[in-house]
Design a protein around this ligand. Structure first.
Ligand SMILES: Cc1cc2nc3c(=O)[nH]c(=O)nc-3n(C[C@H](O)[C@H](O)[C@H](O)COP(=O)(O)O)c2cc1C
Length: 166
């Protein structure tokens, strides 16, 4: 429990090996998502796992910043019913997905959902029931780069932390 290293080595991975992710691993990742916190414990989320290459290509073509999804092994689309805190809840679930993938040695990258003009197309492509909100799509795959998981360079703790007040 003391080892927080896996939190620090999570990075956005956008180049993937041409290798499938076993279904059991994908299930473990989605399973982690359902343990995320949610306002009033509503757990408003649902997840669509896409592994079909043609569908991945279609999703990749929708957004300017999602082209690399065409080479991913899978995408998990995070949806939520429309609650007061659907975005916060969905983002918490998304973080769990990214971290679970990292812990399993699987690369991941968050692709924006909510607020994007392509939400409607994604919902239609994935047969989402009316009213479902697309929170995010997470591209997944085994990283092409050997050292993909290394401690990320981020803003320094000393510049961010305040004790008791700013
Ligand atoms: C809400 C949100 C939306 C994002 N959307 C995209 C996206 O559409 N395409 C993409 O390549 N990366 C996207 N990212 C990933 C960020 O670019 C990435 O997390 C950031 O550059 C920091 O890099 P790191 O994840 O390696 O720490 C998104 C991240 C968040 C939190």
């Amino acid at each position: 429990m003391e080892n927080l290293e896996f939190l620090k080595i999570r990075r956005s991975v956008r180049a993937f090996q041409n290798k499938n992710i076993p279904r059991v691993e994908l299930e473990k990742i989605v399973d982690s998502a359902r343990f995320a916190p949610s306002a009033r414990n509503i757990q408003p989320w649902e997840f669509v796992v896409v592994t079909d290459k043609n569908k991945l290509k279609e999703l990749a073509g929708l957004g300017q910043n999602a082209a690399f999804m065409a080479q991913s092994a899978a995408c998990i689309a995070v949806f939520s019913i429309d609650t007061n805190y659907f975005l916060e809840d969905g983002c918490a679930a998304t973080c769990n997905i990214l971290l679970a993938a990292t812990a399993l040695g699987i690369g991941s990258c968050w692709i924006a959902g909510d607020k994007k003009p392509y939400c409607r197309q994604v919902n239609s492509l994935l047969n989402a029931p009316a009213g479902m909100k697309l929170i995010s799509m997470i591209a997944l795959g085994y990283p092409q780069e050997d050292g993909a998981f290394k401690v990320a360079s981020k803003k320094e703790l000393k510049d961010l932390i305040h004790w008791e007040k700013f």
